[in-house]
Design a protein around this ligand. Sequence first.
Ligand code: NAP
Ligand code: ZN
Ligand code: ZN
Length: 347
Amino acid sequence: MTTAKVYAAASATSPLAPFQIERRATGLHDVQIEIAYCGICHSDLHQVRNEWGNSTYPMVPGHEIVGRVTAVGAHVKGLKVGDLAGVGCLVDSCRACPSCQRHLEQFCEKGAAFSYNGTEMDRTTPTYGGYSSSVVVDEAFTLKISPKLDLAATAPLLCAGITTYSPLRHWKTKKGDKVGVVGLGGLGHMAVKIAAAMGAEVTMLSTSKAKEADARKLGAHHFGLTSDDTTFKQLAGQFDLIIDTISAPHDYNKYLGLLRIEGAMVLLGVPPEPTPVSAFPLIMGRRTLSGSLIGGLQETQEMLDFCAEHGIVSEIELIPVQQVNAAYERMLKNDVRYRFVLDLKTL
Ligand code: NAP
Ligand code: ZN
Ligand code: ZN
């Protein structure tokens, strides 16, 4: 066992504060990683504050983890001490069920082991995330990180990157497809970059007029202001695919009307409250409303390789870990351009 310095929440109402945890000894198949950077995902905030009603404490959030390998078990084949490595939202799964066999570990029928606010597959050992000096993870759940990309700006690919890449691939986004991205935050800005790199014609749908110039710089071809109802009339019936990343309750029905016949809207954001969905915009055009959860390990590696090839990283604000609570407040005020990343050297 090794002691790791972490930032943890003791309850749904306490701020994140310095704490210590034990990480397991590096097992035969394990990789020990000294964490350099960890992104702050809005899911961290939802879970720290128990907005989904499933939180356990103490909680060490963080599932956008990058760092260097400091030890490997005897059976580890693909990584050695000194290599860069990443860890995303998953640290284990049953590896045998139909979902795992299809490389969809996030949908493991036994329930995957999530990087924090969960347990290992023994269902008793709690998992602790990346706001931490180190982590020990089975090699099968680590990712290879290209040295070509800026390391801190690569961290958000481990959640925001794969969560947006996966539905774009699943719905077979190709050159010329019209893709709408709803919400320009951590996920949204990665969706714009990745969809544009796939050749899509991207429209940013945002409540923030002030983000228009950024949206275009990120690769969006068009911008629609969603606080203006005329936007929904102008863009009606256009999109092949809409990627919805909004973290707060909002009216899905308005956005469904923007889909072309048989278009699909994919929910990525997880607002704490449910929202009613009307049948009309769905039946009028055989449209689909779907959802998507991160991505499996194989697809996450594919996304990292795609990003390395296209020079795609996140736009980040690198902050010392002591500023994490202030960063949460800024995220809630929509004041993030476009991902906070913790510098774990400051722990
Ligand atoms: P974020 O950086 O805070 O971005 C959310 C964006 O949503 C904001 O930038 C804002 O964009 C828009 N927004 C916020 N409040 C709004 C409101 N009241 N009405 C309309 N728009 C609003 O969050 P994130 O890290 O990208 O995460 C977004 C959501 O995805 C969270 O709910 C998170 O838990 C979830 N998530 C899901 C998965 C998955 O696997 N499905 C993975 C990661 C995260 P504009 O200023 O452009 O309007
Ligand atoms: Zn996340
Ligand atoms: Zn499984």
